[in-house]
Design a protein around this ligand. Sequence first.
Ligand code: HEC
Length: 137
Amino acid sequence: MLKNIAAAIMFLFSQSLLSETGQRPDDKSVAEGKTLYGQYCQSCHKERGVGEKPIPPLLKAPGYLTAMPLNETSHAWHHSDEQLVETILNGLQRTQRMPAWKGTLTERQARQIVAYIKSLWSDRILGCQGPRHMSCM
Ligand code: HEC
């Protein structure tokens, strides 16, 4: 009985460690997320999330979107962990270039990638993540 309670507490603890808006993620999730990021995201969002270089308007096909940075120079941090996970799993309406990763990645893996992305942000930006970003500008 006690063992079960301990297991349940450990489970809840590990879940909350994995990802919480505005909180620094744990090192293990970051490391696992980094590997996944390298495998699935880096080809577009680039090493350490710096994103693709903007294409000069004259050369850009209409409607073509470059992959924005996921580090703190763009607005990935305006989104909560939940919203980021949702974007990763379901993709974006506005462009086919950002695919839905559901079926390729589990929700847990998406959360690990979010942990990695958050590890690229400073404490100040992390503290302003999600719904709080408006009052932090
Ligand atoms: C084939 C290129 C490509 C790959 C691979 C890719 N993305 Fe994207 N991603 C994009 C594009 C393009 C956008 C939309 C840019 C825009 O709206 O201006 C985008 C948008 C996003 C956004 C929305 C950010 C925001 O601020 O609204 C997130 C989050 C994101 N990608 C995460 C990921 C993650 C995590 C992976 C890996 C699992 C990934 N992407 C793989 C191209 C890609």
